[in-house]
Design a protein around this ligand. Structure first.
Ligand code: GRF
Length: 189
């Protein structure tokens, strides 16, 4: 049995999609969802889906080993960031080499880095009149959006696409590919 821990701090639609994908698979379990936002919508989803969720603050995450200890207690095969914005501290990177992955809603290395998240990414893409965007699933290192790329998927942008329409196209790619990439990485271990 493989186990995953997810980090999320927003709506959590990817979390829900991943939970549903693995629901009927007996070889993968979602051990816990960790969040740094007490009022994140992802917590409502976890309640509804009967998934464990835990909240932590900045101190527990970056200044002590509290979150590290929690993660170690779950002994996860993969740690998945699904809409989580804080930079992952060194102690976690070192404890889980090649086991932490993130999804970014653009084709890295373009449109990455601090402050490039959510609609900021899609608005910048529209502003620059890009003709395509996509998703990047990558390993996490100590710099934002710079870890080795695992998989990218592209989608075309039409000149009259609005920011919400671009966001929807990107979300659809995320829903289609993220769970499958997670499954593939687990099977390869
Ligand atoms: C996704 O677009 C993901 O690429 C990014 O954060 C967003 C999370 O959306 N890292 P949701 O909370 O899963 O709806």
């Amino acid at each position: 049995m493989k186990s995953i821990v997810l980090f999320a701090s927003g709506s959590g639609s990817n979390v829900e999609n991943i939970v549903q994908f693995f629901q009927n698979k007996t070889n993968v379990t979602i051990a816990c969802v960790l969040t740094n936002k007490r009022d994140a919508k992802v917590l409502d989803r976890c309640n509804r889906l009967n998934i464990n969720a835990l909240y932590f603050n900045r101190n527990a995450f970056s200044k002590t080993d509290a979150v590290l200890k929690v993660l170690e207690s779950f002994n996860p095969d993969l740690i998945v960031l699904a809409g989580f914005l804080w930079k992952i501290p060194k102690n976690l990177i070192q404890a889980f080499p090649k086991k932490i992955i993130n999804i970014h809603p653009a084709l890295l290395p373009k449109y990455g880095g601090k402050g490039m998240y959510g609609d900021y990414v899609h608005a910048a893409i529209k502003e620059n009149k890009e003709t395509e965007t996509g998703i990047t699933i990558h390993y996490v290192n100590e710099n934002y959006d710079e870890g080795a790329i695992i998989q990218q998927e592209k989608v075309e942008i039409l000149s009259n696409d609005t920011v919400p329409e671009i966001a929807e196209k990107v979300h659809n790619l995320e829903y289609e590919h993220f769970p499958r990439v997670i499954e593939k990485l687990l099977l390869e271990q």
